[in-house]
Design a protein around this ligand. Structure first.
Ligand code: NJP
Length: 223
């Protein structure tokens, strides 16, 4: 049977590239993000094995509804990629704005927890796989220390969630890219990763044999 992947932040960048790569690899895909118009356009491109699921990761209710809708459409959910996230050039400490810190933490941290909480009851039924986008920025603090710390959280959480999921045969993976050419940064630079390159890493982890777990992938531009 065809497997099904749920993706947050699917309207652009790494999430959209992963949706395309997963369809090519034969997966059904559920596309979650706030921009309904972009999700609809992507479904038109990908066909009837893709489903638009508009919503905001800061809402557990919206995620629960999306997961139920995805299971209803394709019969189950095998994997979930918690990829939605925001950057903040001004997320430093001395010059940062506490209201902006809270917004960033709500999306990058609470949004991740909400996504895992909504996905796990579905994944459990299929010994499924949770993937999330961390960052090499957790080590080097780009773009801003609060952003870097929010991505460090992803890595710390994943190691612990992996233990929870092991109890029922589930797997957990963090994809940690260096800088990627997406809407995340304003300027295009040739020395960045392409979103398709990050998508390849996601597919590698997804398609690893069930007896193996890819725990973390650090993907950096070679130069
Ligand atoms: O950026 P972008 P990326 N609820 O801006 C969605 C991490 N990362 O692909 O809601 C639901 O093209 C937003 O959709 P919309 C980064 O931290 C990046 O680069 O419609 N969705 C869009 O689809 C992030 O975790 C780099 O606006 C929400 C997506 O998130 C992940 O990669 C390096 C949302 C953002 O797509 C994907 O970012 C690195 C919400 N509240 C890690 N807020 C890099 N680009 O260099 C946002 O190490 N989204």
């Amino acid at each position: 049977t065809t497997k099904t992947l749920f993706i947050t932040g699917a309207s652009s960048g790494i999430g959209a590239a992963t949706a395309r790569a997963a369809r090519l690899a034969g997966w059904n895909v559920g596309l979650f993000a706030r921009s309904e118009d972009k999700l609809t356009a992507l479904v038109e491109e990908l066909g009837d094995r893709a489903l638009a699921l508009p919503g905001d990761v800061t809402s557990l209710d919206e995620l629960n509804q999306a997961m139920a809708n995805l299971r209803h459409t394709y019969g189950g959910v095998d994997a979930a990629f918690a990829n939605a996230g925001m950057g903040l050039e001004t997320a430093g400490t001395e010059h940062g704005d506490p209201d902006e810190w809270r917004r960033l933490i709500d999306v990058n941290i609470v949004g991740l927890l909400n996504t895992a909480k909504a996905a796990i009851p579905h994944l459990r039924a299929r010994k499924g796989h949770m993937l999330m986008t961390g960052s090499a920025a957790g080590r080097v603090h780009i773009p801003g220390s609060v952003y870097g710390a929010s991505k460090w959280f992803v890595h710390g959480y994943a190691g612990n969630l992996a233990e929870e999921m092991k109890e029922w045969g589930g797997r957990c993976t963090v994809i940690a890219p260096g800088m990627v050419n997406t809407a995340f940064f304003d300027e295009e630079k040739p020395d960045k990763l392409q979103p398709e390159d990050v998508a390849d890493a996601v597919i590698f982890a997804l398609e690893a044999k069930q007896r193996n777990t890819v725990r973390e992938i650090f993907l950096m531009p070679s130069d």
